[in-house]
Ligand binder design. Structure first.
Ligand SMILES: *[C@@H]1O[C@H](CO)[C@@H](O)[C@H](O)[C@H]1NC(C)=O
Ligand SMILES: *[C@@H]1O[C@H](CO)[C@@H](O)[C@H](O)[C@H]1NC(C)=O
Ligand SMILES: *[C@@H]1O[C@H](CO)[C@@H](O)[C@H](O)[C@H]1NC(C)=O
Ligand SMILES: *[C@@H]1O[C@H](CO)[C@@H](O)[C@H](O)[C@H]1NC(C)=O
Ligand SMILES: *[C@@H]1O[C@H](CO)[C@@H](O)[C@H](O)[C@H]1NC(C)=O
Ligand SMILES: *[C@@H]1O[C@H](CO)[C@@H](O)[C@H](O)[C@H]1NC(C)=O
Ligand SMILES: *[C@@H]1O[C@H](CO)[C@@H](O)[C@H](O)[C@H]1NC(C)=O
Ligand SMILES: *[C@@H]1O[C@H](CO)[C@@H](O)[C@H](O)[C@H]1NC(C)=O
Ligand SMILES: *[C@@H]1O[C@H](CO)[C@@H](O)[C@H](O)[C@H]1NC(C)=O
Length: 606
């Protein structure tokens, strides 16, 4: 019955919607399981969604030319390659990822067989993503699955399934369909809010003109003046009108202009106007400051950290709506999108992008289905090809929070817990430090430890292999921690920056915040200033940083972090050592050295 009526609908829509003659591929094959994923720890099924609950689903078509795309990315990001800096336009990237016509036709035919008209769907600009809103009952038929409402220990809920199927002949064409198995909550990498900071905050405590670090920095209350002095950007004046930095907000976090202005008034007076001029982009209903008082600690930390360091460079705040989380009950029809894909869909459709973008969100890699992680990570690679430097926080639980380090594959193996997107090889992952000389960041008051690890999803990338530093670090452990981490995986973080007790204004009051959420926007700010110097000199921006860091001269511009360890999983974790290490990557940025090695150092050395 269902098959018949669906086929009829498909036939009708054919005649109406498609003008040009179609290759009659019309393949049909029985459904076969495409993906299964275990329910991550902390989640339990609590019931069934109402059949008419609408989900926005995204269908990803496989990029069969990804190996080619990756090679382009590595070549244009490698300073010793003759194509270095030759970033791709939107159209050039679209051409690389556009699925072949047969794949698109077969997927469209399958949708039509299920009564879905092309006019109901929206397509990404490269046609590699199809989005459509459908009732759960219809998705269940299409994917031969059954959705449940899952509730997390912390009270948030999602509608997900643990397994889904597709006709066999589509397996080679479809990379992922979500939301299905992705229990992704993208928690902000912000460990704590210390409501009553034990530092008195007054601008005069932080004289911005001091050249003596300890005269500028109070390590229990880090300010822009401290960061600008420590990392050497304080004497630099941005010069290029083309310079542009972005950062992302998820989970309903809202930046607040009044709080940002109050922060800048105290810590970067000349930049106050930027509190009211930075651009806000709402994607899929993401909340922005519209004067009604929304705010969030993470969002304020990000915007205050960036405005405090990059003024007067243009700033864009992206706010992506949709789940997670949504506080659903069984009868509330709320959309449940996946935020990274939604954000990527938006930015990849834009012709002009910021040269640098910071993200301070992430989750345990194992809670993210492999196909979803690959799709998102490949989207980040496309941004790298476009010349965007992507910075991500490394996580706040060291190698994994004590007592939680168990695999969720049903075997309960004791294991370190890598984070995603930190583990994606096409982003630059930033760990946290504290004090001076800088050490791997931790805070015994709240259990925060800068995150590090080895991916179980992504193999060690060419730039890490070629540099040899990851394998050297593994060898230096002499078997210590064996069995707890994946020696063949992508290791992170790549670099580090202060990630301890940043002064933040939230709702008119001072809070001091811990987390690699501090480190990513700080590093992004410094990279944005480097990109500014490059643009002003008529050069290409840095783009994807890692080949430059691992196989070029980039690492020379980072100060080695020698002490501390990313403890966790009831172990001492990975220790910082001389040279590259898994706890702190290459260490912390030195802006004047970066300009020197890039040949744009003249003005910045004052
Ligand atoms: C598309 O399918 C047709 C018919 O099966 C086949 O002849 C053709 O080679 C396919 N094209 C591509 C690009 O795979
Ligand atoms: C620098 O700061 C000191 C206080 O630490 C102050 O006395 C001095 O006037 C300042 N100099 C300038 C040029 O602002
Ligand atoms: C910077 O922002 C200003 C004001 O919003 C805008 O007019 C200008 O086009 C922006 N520049 C770039 C390069 O985005
Ligand atoms: C910001 O301050 C202005 C003026 O005091 C006030 O009207 C507005 O509601 C405030 N906005 C937010 C989001 O708090
Ligand atoms: C303003 O933003 C808040 C969330 O921050 C949202 O609830 C409200 O609907 C928005 N109002 C308008 C008019 O957009
Ligand atoms: C793994 O742990 C879960 C939750 O603690 C438990 O329900 C399950 O039985 C365990 N499985 C094995 C194979 O030990
Ligand atoms: C985790 O366990 C290690 C080793 O047992 C311990 O040193 C560390 O303090 C613990 N971390 C937290 C946040 O409790
Ligand atoms: C280790 O990482 C590789 C990718 O480098 C992956 O194929 C493998 O499955 C991982 N092992 C485990 C136990 O997850
Ligand atoms: C903001 O502060 C006011 C008091 O100044 C308080 O009433 C309000 O609940 C606070 N809002 C938030 C979101 O913390």
């Amino acid at each position: 019955m269902r098959v018949f009526s669906a086929a009829l609908a498909a036939l009708l829509s054919f005649q109406v919607a498609i003008a040009k003659p179609l290759t009659p591929l019309r393949l049909r094959s029985p459904p076969a399981v495409k993906e299964t994923h275990f329910v991550p720890r902390g989640w339990a099924a609590t019931g069934e969604p109402t059949p008419d609950h609408v989900l926005d689903i995204k269908i990803g078509l496989k990029n069969k030319r990804f190996a080619e795309l990756e090679q382009h990315l590595y070549e244009i990001s490698n300073p010793s390659h003759h194509r270095y800096g030759q970033h791709f336009s939107k159209e050039e990237v679209d051409n690389l990822v556009r699925p072949n016509e047969n794949a698109s036709t077969l997927v469209d035919e399958w949708l039509q067989d299920n009564g879905i008209e092309p006019s109901q769907c929206s397509y990404s600009s490269a046609k590699d993503w199809i989005s459509v809103s459908l009732p759960v009952s219809q998705i269940e038929n299409m994917l031969d699955t059954k959705y449940s409402v899952y509730r997390h220990e912390d009270g948030t809920s999602m509608i997900r399934t643990t397994s889904w199927s597709l006709p066999q002949h589509l397996h080679e064409h479809v990379s992922t369909i979500q939301p299905t198995t992705a229990f992704l909550r993208a928690s902000p990498k912000l460990q704590t809010v210390l409501e009553s900071p034990d530092v008195e905050v007054a601008a005069e405590d932080f004289p911005p003109n001091s050249s003596d670090l300890n005269g500028v920095c109070n390590w229990e209350g880090v300010t822009p003046a401290c960061l600008r002095t420590l990392y050497g950007t304080i004497d630099y004046t941005p010069q290029s009108p083309e310079s542009h930095i972005g950062f992302t907000n998820y989970l309903g976090e809202v930046t607040n202009r009044n709080d940002t202005a109050a922060f800048l008034q105290q810590f970067r007076k000349e930049a106050v106007s930027s509190a009211y001029s930075f651009e806000q982009i709402s994607i899929d209903g993401g909340p922005i400051d519209n004067g009604t008082g929304g705010r969030g600690y993470e969002a304020n930390l990000d915007v205050e950290t960036i405005t405090g360091q990059v003024w007067p460079i243009n700033i864009t705040s992206y706010s992506t709506g949709g789940s997670p989380p949504f506080a659903a009950d069984l009868f509330t029809p709320t959309n449940t999108n996946e935020p990274y894909l939604t954000w990527l869909d938006y930015v990849l459709s834009q012709s002009d992008l910021p040269q640098t973008i910071s993200t301070s969100y992430g989750d345990d890699e194992q809670t993210v289905p492999l196909s979803y992680a690959q799709s998102v990570c490949e989207g980040f690679a496309q941004l790298g090809l476009r010349g965007v430097s992507l910075l991500f926080s490394s996580g706040d639980n060291g190698v994994g929070a004590n007592g939680t380090c168990v695999s969720n594959d049903g075997k309960n193996t004791t294991t370190f817990l890598p984070a995603f997107p930190a583990s994606c090889p096409y982003v630059t992952t930033v760990g946290g430090t504290r004090g001076y000389p800088e050490a791997v960041a931790y805070d015994t008051r709240n259990g925060y430890v800068s995150g590090s690890g080895f991916s179980n999803y992504f193999a060690q990338p060419a730039y890490q292999k070629d540099s040899g530093v990851v394998d050297q670090y593994i060898a230096s452990l002499n078997g210590k921690l064996d069995g707890l981490y994946n020696k063949t995986g992508r290791a992170y973080p790549d670099v580090a920056a202060q990630g301890y007790r940043y002064i933040t204004i939230y709702n008119g009051s001072v809070a001091t915040l811990d987390g690699t959420s501090c480190s990513s926007p700080t590093t992004a700010s410094i990279i944005a200033l480097v990109n500014d110097a490059l643009l002003a000199a008529g050069k290409s921006p840095l783009g994807f940083l890692n080949p430059w860091l691992y196989t070029g001269a980039g690492a020379q511009a980072f100060t080695d972090v020698l002490t501390g360890s990313s403890t966790g999983c009831n172990t001492a974790g990975f220790e910082a050592k001389q040279g590259w290490d898994v706890a702190s990557g290459w260490g912390t940025p030195q802006f004047p050295t970066m300009l020197d090695i890039l040949g744009v150092g003249g003005d910045a050395d004052q």
